[in-house]
Design a protein around this ligand. Structure first.
Ligand SMILES: *Cc1c(COP(=O)(O)O)cnc(C)c1O
Length: 499
C-alpha cells in the first residue's frame, strides 16, 4: 500500500517514508492512496481480543512495509503496563445508549499517549529503512499535552533524541511540572521566553535551517517530527474506534452491524479524522459529531462550508482545543474532493493568503452526510461537568465536558437515538482547578495544584492517576529558560554538537 500527498497526488511512497519524513516536501500531508476495507466478520473477530491484539489486526492493513512480527513487537511494548488498568482504552457506560471511551490511562493522562507510546517504535523502524539508520532528532514546540506525551514516548528509545520547548508562561502548573521533571537519558526540556507561537516559530526555523540540517547530517543525525500531522500519529488512533465498537458488541450494547455515533472533542482534527478513516474502512458509523469550545471555527466550517481563521482567539478551560487552524482537516478535504491535490492546494493557498476558504455546495453535502458539529463556552462546559457528575456519577475533564455538552445538544436537536460513544481525552485530574470548581461552585480551599487534586479526590472518592500523584514533591530537573534567539544553542547542546 502506498501513500500520496494532499498537494501532489502523483507521489507514491511507503508508509515508512511517510512516517520518517512527517510532511511531504511540497508541504502536503501524507495520505493512504486507497483505504483498506474490512468485513463484518473481521470486526466480529475483534470482540474477544485484547487491545494490543486488535491493534495487531488493524495496523498491518496500513503499514504494509512493516513486518507483522515487527508490529507485534512494537504493540507489545507500547500497550502494556505503561497504561493503568486492565485495558488501555476502556469503554464505560455513561447512561442508557451513551458510553464513554476513556483514552487517558497512559503515562501522561491524556489521549495523545495512545499514539505517542507507539510512534517512537514506528519511527525508529522507518528510519532504519528510509534514513539509513541515522539518529532521529525530534523537536517539539508544545502548549502542554503533546510535549509531555512525546517525552514519555521517546525517553530512552535507542537511536532517538528529543528536545521540547514550551512557553514559560503558557502552560498549566501541572503540565509544567510534568515536563520539567522528565526522566530519560536522551531528553531535553527548555522553557522559552515568549508564548506558544514564539516556541512554534523558533522550532520551525531550526527545523528548516539548511545550516542546522547540514551539521546534523555530519553527525549522522536527521530531524523527524512527532507532531499530529505525522501519519504515525494518526494510524494508531484508528485502532481505538474499532476497539470501542468491539467492546460495545462484547458488552451486549449493540449487535455486530449496528451503526453507532462518535462524539469527539476536537482541536487539530487528528482524533476525529481517525474515526473518519475507520468509517471509510467499513466500521458501521452513523454520525461523527465534532465538538469544539468557544474557538468554533470547525463548527462554522462543518455547517456552512466556510473556513475562516480570522477571528478572535479564546483562551478556555479546555486549552488543548484552543486552535484556529486545524491542520488535519486538509486530509479530509483531499479525500472528499476525490483525492484532487490541485483543488486542495488552491483551498489551502487561499487559507494562508486570505485566512479563509469556502468549499462547494456539493462538498458541503458530503460533509453533512457524515459530520455533525457543535460548540459550547466555558460556563456551559463547567455546568455540564457538574450535571454529569450529579446525574451519572461520572467525572469528566474539561475537554470531555465539551463533548458531552455538544452531544446532549445534538441529541435534543435531532432526536437521534443511535447508540453513541463520547471520546474522553484527558483525566479530570489534569485540569483539577476547573473540574473542582465545577463541583464546588468555584470555591477553593487552597490555590495549590496538589491541594486541589486532594480535595477532588476527597469529594469524589476517585483516586488521581498514579503518574500525576507521583509528581508531588518531585524536584524539577530542567529549570532553564532560554531566549528565542538561543534555541539553536540548546539544540546543539543536547545533541553534543559544537554550535
Ligand atoms: C490534543 C487534545 C485534543 C484535541 O485533539 P485533536 O486530535 O487535536 O483534534 C482534545 N483533548 C485533549 C485532552 C487533547 O490533549
Amino acid at each position: 500500500m502506498k501513500y500520496t500527498s494532499t498537494r501532489n497526488n502523483s507521489l507514491a511512497v511507503s508508509s515508512s517514508f511517510a512516517i520518517a519524513n512527517g510532511i511531504s516536501e511540497e508541504g502536503g500531508l501524507f495520505v493512504p492512496e486507497k483505504i483498506p476495507q474490512v468485513s463484518k466478520e473481521f470486526i466480529g473477530e475483534l470482540a474477544p481480543l485484547s487491545y494490543k491484539e486488535r491493534a495487531d489486526k488493524i495496523l498491518p492493513l496500513f503499514l504494509t512495509d512493516y513486518g507483522e512480527d515487527e508490529i507485534k513487537g512494537y504493540t507489545s511494548a507500547a500497550y502494556s503496563d505503561n497504561f493503568e488498568g486492565e485495558t488501555p482504552a476502556p469503554v464505560k457506560c455513561l447512561r442508557r445508549g451513551v458510553s464513554v471511551l476513556e483514552l487517558w490511562h497512559g503515562p501522561t493522562c491524556a489521549f495523545k499517549d495512545m499514539a505517542l507510546q507507539l510512534l517512537p517504535y514506528l519511527l525508529t523502524g522507518a528510519a532504519k529503512r528510509e534514513l539509513g539508520g541515522k539518529q532521529s532528532v525530534i523537536l517539539v514546540a508544545t502548549s502542554g499535552d503533546t510535549g509531555k506525551a512525546a517525552l514519555e514516548g521517546f525517553k530512552d528509545v535507542d537511536g532517538t533524541k528529543i528536545l521540547v520547548f514550551f512557553p514559560d508562561r503558557g502552560v498549566s502548573p501541572m503540565q509544567k511540572l510534568q515536563m520539567t521533571t522528565q526522566e530519560g537519558n536522551n531528553v531535553g526540556v527548555s522553557a522559552i521566553e515568549g508564548n506558544f507561537d514564539d516556541a512554534q516559530t523558533g522550532v520551525k526555523a531550526i527545523f528548516t535551517d539548511p545550516a542546522v540540517k547540514a551539521r546534523l547530517a555530519e553527525n549522522n543525525m536527521s530531524f523527524s517530527s512527532a507532531n499530529s500531522i505525522n501519519w504515525g500519529r494518526l494510524v494508531p488512533q484508528i485502532v481505538y474506534y474499532f476497539s470501542a465498537y468491539a467492546d460495545l458488541i462484547k458488552q451486549g450494547v449493540i449487535e455486530n452491524g449496528d451503526k453507532i455515533n462518535f462524539t469527539v472533542p476536537t482541536g487539530n482534527f487528528g482524533n476525529i479524522l481517525a474515526a473518519y478513516y475507520a468509517l471509510k474502512m467499513g466500521l458501521p458509523v452513523n454520525r461523527l459529531i465534532c465538538a469544539s469550545n468557544e474557538n468554533d471555527v470547525l463548527t462554522e466550517f462543518l455547517t456552512t462550508g466556510r473556513y475562516n481563521r480570522v477571528r478572535k482567539f479564546h483562551t478556555t478551560v479546555s486549552p488543548s482545543m484552543d486552535i484556529l487552524i486545524s491542520s488535519n482537516l486538509e486530509r479530509l478535504i483531499f479525500h472528499l474532493l476525490g483525492d484532487d491535490s490541485d483543488e486542495t492546494k488552491k483551498l489551502f493557498a487561499s487559507l494562508s493568503e486570505n485566512g479563509e476558504y469556502t468549499v462547494s455546495e456539493e462538498l458541503l453535502g458530503k460533509i453533512k452526510s457524515v459530520f455533525a458539529a457543535g460548540c459550547c463556552n466555558d460556563a456551559e462546559t463547567v455546568e455540564t461537568i457538574a450535571k454529569t457528575y450529579k446525574e451519572n456519577r461520572y467525572l469528566s475533564d474539561t475537554h470531555t465536558g465539551v463533548a458531552i455538552r455538544v452531544y446532549n445538544d445534538y441529541a435534543e436537536r435531532t432526536g437521534d437515538k443511535t447508540p453513541t460513544v463520547i471520546v474522553s481525552t484527558a483525566s479530570p485530574y489534569k485540569f483539577s482547578k476547573a473540574v473542582l470548581g465545577a463541583l464546588t461552585g468555584g470555591c477553593f480551599k487552597s490555590e495549590s495544584e496538589f491541594d486541589m487534586v486532594s480535595e477532588l479526590e476527597e469529594i469524589t472518592g476517585i483516586p488521581a492517576p498514579a503518574p500525576l500523584r507521583g509528581l508531588k514533591g518531585k524536584t524539577p530537573r530542567f529549570t532553564g529558560v532560554c531566549k528565542k534567539e538561543d534555541m539553536r544553542k540548546e539544540v546543539y547542546g543536547l545533541l553534543g554538537i559544537e554550535g
